[in-house]
Design a protein around this ligand. Sequence first.
Ligand SMILES: [Zn+2]
Ligand SMILES: [Zn+2]
Length: 253
Amino acid sequence: MTRTAAPRILRGIPDGIFTLFFPDDCRICERPLTRWTRVPVCPDCLHSPAPLEADYFCAACNTPFLNPFPLDEKGLCAACRAGLRGFDRAASFGFYEGALRDLIHLFKYSGMKPLGRHLADYLLRALPVDEAIEAVVPVPLHWRKKWQRGFNQSEVLARAIAQARAVPCVNALRRVRPTNAQAGLGKTARRRNVRGAFAARRGADLDGKKVLLIDDVMTTGATATACGLALKRAGAKSVSLLTLARVDRRWRT
Ligand SMILES: [Zn+2]
Ligand SMILES: [Zn+2]
């Protein structure tokens, strides 16, 4: 039973009851699972996501490119040069495809919250060890979506990162208006869709802080930019973005 399909009355029951799976088939490769597990995914699928690979990356936002021509002598892409990013740096573990995409889908849309711990390990692998952070902030979900899903996937990930780095996890952002789904929109439409959609919560103490912003997937970076700008308006000194996956747009130019 997925949590989204659960009647409202069941929502208050602790996750553990629903997330201990009898040996069944792996939800990704469909081979039988041989052990009891809190996530219905076999160890092979759990460990198969591969880190990002490309020959050229922007030095700041880590966008992959097919050749070095979009990058200037400092290694920056056009968006970073033009100051179009609301964040200072970005890192992602892998491309939004294959097993990583399947795991994110199970986590997000099938309500498999215990997958968050495994996915957070991938985030930690992508976070540069020397990255100084003073607060971890998740990209917020609109309350209606959070209620439907039962949790904010970015918040689950952010809490795990904050714990691993011994810094506070701060729910510093809120959605000031619901936005349309970004899927299917072009780059400019995405930017317009989320512009001004986020604001810092009153009382969120970010003044002069180096903030790590967490999201599950980065497509064009429009959402992260809108969040980054809100964090900076609230006084954040710098904003680094860390996502599990990013959409590979190298062949879409
Ligand atoms: Zn499997
Ligand atoms: Zn860039």
